[in-house]
Design a protein around this ligand. Structure first.
Ligand code: ADP
Ligand code: MG
Length: 658
């Protein structure tokens, strides 16, 4: 069989290929009108002076870059017609790169560097580690697997990069001045290796200055000022071997694709490795997120606790009653609102769902005891009302029905009033207190109000029988405020309507306002909700600052790791792979920050509960879940710009950076 006449597209074919760089105003024609045909199995040395376009040509051959003019075909496919992802796939599946300065990832072991291209080919970790170990052993580096590049000699580093080039098959090996940084001995070893690989069937294209190397290569191409000035061509005698080599290559085992979960796990692992490289920097960025998350979670937990405590207070205070006050917003200016008379009270008491109606008898009078005189809030109460108002009796006796009947001038004082009028621990019981010109006998001392009437605690207050209040202190039964206590199970809205109707009929107009507890609740609820929102907004700012910190760190990481990004792209990472990697790094960073933040807020809430046990602040599962969701979303949000920046790098430009 005569294989020399097999019709198949050339492995690589260039027709009129040019590459023009535009630097500011000037245009540099690095390559011009290059025509080349490269068959599978060839071994080619590219020579030429510095600046003649050798690297530019290598980048084009390896699909790291595309021509500005002309056509470059790989297996008959025009690379200018391929998208970035397809170019990445081509590099991954067909090419292996060897660079003058090795371009290994500094922070990774020899093994990890070699295995890296297989990550993007979707090879499971066990398989790729075994393969990488095998390749390194074959290159004599079996005892250097865990060494970092800076712990290896130049020759060893270059062998690591050869192993990396072979990881995904390395059908076409491109070596740009592979011996340039090596001593002559290592350089010779290196060339021997490349020749051996060529004999095994790999197509090898290398750039070299060394004329003796050129004598080893069957085909030499020489460049001058971006043009091919000499091409020795391929000796006919070796073409048979070429086609055999090609069929050997196509028998290479196909790589089983990794499931997406495995790819994400790899990306998370890579993110973890990258983040633990700069521990302090990572810790500080994490702390920024943690403090923000802790602030938000703690503020939400605390304002929730405060709201429920406040609501509990108000429910006790406002429960099952309507408050009726003089005056109404719709009243014409200058119109006089009527106060509530005894008849009004009787009319309301007659309503079916009303338990009782209690006028609020309240006055501020000047009280005097010995040579001390001060303002005193005096409340006129029925015998049972003290408990209703939330006061317990501490000493002496309370107000009795008989007191009211007889209009007795007796008074019960709250603790503030006792300290105000009886200095030096003087026992107030049995003493006389002057309210204006009227002497009242102190018969009891109340405790502080229950928490449901906390406002009354800072007031100086005295309680007298309601009848005494009306007849002797106020001089009239007319009041400005009524409390309508409803029977259990009453609908406050319906009763509110009835009360409004009854009083409007009696007053001839609506010159009063009726508030039910829902109104009050709603107003207080609105106010506390507003406050909680403001607090959460303030806390969110610290979270935002943390996010900006993460973004900053990721931007620094992208610019620091530009060369690494270039390497990853050269071995076949798609722009999407790079983007996902940086996004996952940001998410891992923020996720760890969120976890730390939840612990911090948990501690903070614990401490607050220690000092304020009645607040009962607690963390809800919802809050924790939300904190995680928010911090992960922040990673996504603040990682987006840096990740996109990384993904948009051109592999050639990125590789040039060191
Ligand atoms: P060689 O590898 O043979 O030394 P190169 O291919 O690196 O040469 O460069 C060929 C020419 O193109 C040189 O004049 C160089 O200055 C120019 N060149 C290479 N890369 C760039 C670039 N990214 N931007 C502008 N000019 C470039
Ligand atoms: Mg060069």
């Amino acid at each position: 069989m005569n294989t020399s006449h097999v019709i198949a597209p050339a492995l690589i074919q260039l027709k009129g290929v040019g590459r023009t760089y535009s630097t500011g105003a000037a245009e540099v024609h690095a390559l011009m009108g290059v025509d080349l045909t490269i068959q599978a199995g060839e071994m080619i040395a590219i020579m030429g002076a510095s600046g003649s376009g050798k690297s530019t040509l290598m980048n084009l051959l390896g699909c790291l870059d595309v021509p500005s003019q002309g056509v470059l075909r790989v297996d008959g496919v025009d690379v200018n017609a391929l998208g970035l992802d397809d170019l990445a796939r081509l590099r991954r599946e067909r090419f292996g790169f060897i660079f003058q300065r090795y371009h290994l990832i500094k922070e990774q072991s020899a093994l990890a560097n070699v295995a890296m291209p297989a990550i993007y080919a979707g090879m499971p970790v066990v398989v790729r580690d075994a393969l990488a170990r095998d390749l390194l052993s074959r290159l004599g580096l079996a005892d250097r697997l865990t060494h970092r590049p800076n712990e290896l000699s130049g020759g060893q580093q270059q062998r690591v990069s050869i192993a990396r080039a072979l990881m995904n098959g390395g059908e076409i090996i491109l070596a740009d001045e592979p011996t340039g940084a090596l001593d002559s001995r290592s350089g010779r070893d290196m060339l021997a290796l490349l020749l051996e690989l060529n004999q095994q069937g790999h197509t090898v294209i290398l750039v070299t200055h060394d004329a003796t190397v050129a004598t080893h290569a069957p085909r030499v191409i020489e460049l001058e000022d971006g043009r091919v000035v000499r091409d020795s061509g391929w000796p006919e005698a070796r073409q048979r071997a070429i086609y055999q080599a090609r069929s050997v290559q196509s028998d290479a085992p196909t790589i089983s694709a990794l499931k997406p979960a495995g790819q994400v796990r790899d990306a998370i692992h890579m993110a973890w490795v990258a983040l633990t490289r700069h521990r302090l920097r990572t810790l500080l960025s994490t702390l920024g997120i943690a403090v923000g998350i802790a602030a938000v979670v703690a503020v939400i937990a605390l304002s929730q606790a405060m709201r429920s405590s406040l609501e509990g207070t108000l429910r006790g205070f406002l429960s099952n009653k309507l408050m009726v006050s003089m005056g109404h917003a719709s009243l014409a200016p200058g119109a006089q609102a009527k106060s509530f008379s005894e008849e009004d009270v009787l009319a309301l008491s007659a309503l079916a769902q009303v338990q009782s109606v209690r006028p609020k008898y309240e006055a501020y009078v000047t009280a005097r005891q010995g040579n001390r005189s001060d303002n005193l809030a005096v409340l006129g109460l029925r015998p049972g009302d003290m408990a209703l108002e939330g006061y317990a009796l501490q000493r002496g006796r309370g107000l009795s029905a008989l007191d009211a009947q007889m209009r007795n001038q007796v008074i019960v004082l709250n603790p503030n009033a006792v300290t105000q009028f009886f200095v030096g621990g003087d026992d107030p019981l049995g003493k006389t207190l002057m309210l204006g010109e009227l002497p009242f006998q102190v018969v009891g001392v109340s405790g502080v109000a229950a928490s449901n009437n906390a406002t009354a605690n800072w007031q100086t207050t005295g309680f007298v029988p309601d009848a005494t209040m009306v007849m002797k202190v106020l001089g009239s039964k007319d009041v400005t405020q009524l409390f309508v206590h409803m029977k259990p199970g009453t609908d406050p809205g319906a009763l509110q309507a009835q009360v409004t109707q009854t009083l409007t009929r009696r007053h001839g107009a609506q010159d009063f306002s009726v508030f039910n507890q829902e109104d009050q609740f709603r107003q207080v609820g609105k106010a506390t909700e507003m406050m909680a929102l403001v607090l959460a907004a303030i806390a969110s700012i610290s979270l935002l600052v943390g996010g900006v910190g993460v973004m900053n760190m990721m931007l620094v990481a992208v610019s620091e790791r530009t060369a690494e990004i270039g390497i990853r792209m050269a071995v076949g990472a798609r722009p999407t792979d790079v983007q996902i990697q940086f996004l996952i790094e940001a998410i891992v960073l923020c996720g760890v920050g969120g976890l730390l933040g939840v612990f911090m807020s948990w501690g903070a809430i614990g401490i607050i509960n220690l000092f304020k046990p009645d607040l009962q602040a607690g963390m809800s599962a919802l809050g924790v879940g939300l904190a995680f969701a928010v911090s992960s979303a922040m990673g996504l949000g603040f990682g987006f710009v840096p990740a996109r920046q990384a993904a948009r790098l051109s592999p050639v430009v990125a590789l040039a950076r060191e």
